[in-house]
Design a protein around this ligand. Structure first.
Ligand SMILES: *Cc1c(COP(=O)(O)O)cnc(C)c1O
Length: 380
């Protein structure tokens, strides 16, 4: 039937976008509920930065709240404003700001502001309105946040600004380097110390948060009052040696495209730029309209797995900007059949982890980079 396009049902295929990221929102809700049970913290922040790791920020946020998330996390104030504009009212924290950041708009929309320096603290305090602030301390990641040596001074100043009614300090947070158990323990110790200083200078009832998905799942001492979970809510594993299924998570996104051409070619036919692949027998080549412009990593040329009609093949030759080729042998593949790059491996398709391995990267990058001409569809 798949060999006959008229019989395989043009309607069934034409109803789907040519290039589709199909997001199962019930999987996101399920994953949040599973993570909540696994971590047992009072609060769970679903991180929906970077267009919800490529899944779509607003639908992912709603699904996460349905699953029991009581906070949302983003990087930019603009991302937080997008959630508010969509009518999402739960607490939202935005934690990375440029020199021209729109703090006033964030305050007006009830967005909590992550602050990682004295200069930013002053800017937020002197913006119109009373900001709700989470102070970020660097406990050893060496990235953003107040340096250990400056923590006491910044916390004292924060307490003073709070007493003057210029802002409210609601949280204290940091981020883990995931550099091993000892490194985690060292960061927990520095964080505990910062929390003790906060208490001593009169900053009380702070929501303390340190762990992202990896810490939340594997290092109970890092959970504190709230965990900020990103990759896990999308059903992907932050660990190299644990799959989604191992963690009880369901990958939410399936990336596929309709095959746009098939043709029989002779043995010895060179395929795609540079002819890095050559057919070894008469065979059928199927063309998939996804390329690195859509975020399919060129590094996975000749290697990325693709499932067509229940059979998994490899990309043949180079992945180009807009397309790549699959050598399907003598399988009866037809124009309109779906080529699935990754999804939930429980359904028999490759995983984002498989693509990450072939591209020499991590699953985070595989899903986050999706873009170009892909259309998102949502299923609940
Ligand atoms: C992205 C991010 C997270 C979420 O990390 P995951 O590993 O995806 O769970 C948490 N906290 C901060 C500060 C982040 O930037």
């Amino acid at each position: 039937m798949t060999g006959d396009p008229s019989a395989s049902g043009a309607d069934a295929t034409s109803a789907r976008p040519l290039r589709e990221a199909l997001v199962d929102l019930s999987a996101i809700s399920h994953n949040v509920a599973a993570l909540r049970r696994a971590t047992g913290t009072g609060h769970l922040m679903a991180v929906v930065k970077a267009r919800g790791y490529g899944h779509g920020a607003v639908p992912s946020a709603r699904a996460a709240v349905d699953g029991g998330a009581d906070w949302l996390g983003v990087v930019e104030i603009a991302e937080a404003l997008e959630l508010r504009a969509a009518g999402i009212t739960v607490p939202v924290l935005a934690w990375l700001h440029g020199p021209e950041a729109r703090f006033e708009e964030a305050i007006a929309e009830g967005i909590d502001i992550g602050v990682g320096s004295l200069a930013q603290l002053e800017a937020v305090a002197h913006s119109a309105g009373t900001a709700s602030v989470h102070l970020k301390v660097d406990t050893g990641l060496g990235r953003g946040g107040v340096a250990e040596g400056d923590t006491a001074r910044v916390l004292e100043r924060a307490a003073e600004l709070e007493r003057r009614g210029l802002l409210r300090i609601r949280g204290l947070f940091s981020h883990l380097a995931n550099a091993g158990e000892d490194a985690d323990a060292a960061q927990v110790a520095v964080f505990d110390q910062a929390a003790a200083i906060a208490d001593a200078v009169g900053l009380r009832d702070l929501i303390r948060h340190l762990a992202a998905t990896a810490g939340a799942l594997r290092a109970p001492s890092t959970r504190f009052d709230l965990v900020r979970v990103g990759i896990g809510i999308y059903g992907l594993s932050p660990f190299e040696h644990a799959t989604s299924a191992d963690l009880g998570l369901r990958p939410a996104l399936e990336l596929s495209a309709a095959i746009v051409s098939v043709k029989r070619v002779a043995a010895g036919t060179g395929v795609s730029y540079g002819h890095t692949y050559r057919t070894t027998a008469e065979t059928t080549l199927a063309l998939v309209p996804l390329g690195y412009a859509e975020g399919v990593p060129r590094q996975a040329s000749g290697a990325g797995p693709v499932s067509i009609n229940g059979v998994t093949y490899r990309v043949a030759g180079r992945i180009a900007m807009d397309q790549f080729v699959v050598d399907v042998g003598d399988a009866p593949v037809a124009v309109g059949d779906r080529a699935v790059l990754f999804g939930d491996p429980a359904t028999g398709v490759p995983s984002a982890d498989d693509w990450a391995r072939e591209a020499g990267t991590i699953n985070y990058e595989i899903v986050t980079r999706l873009g170009g001409r892909i259309e998102h569809r949502y299923r609940s």
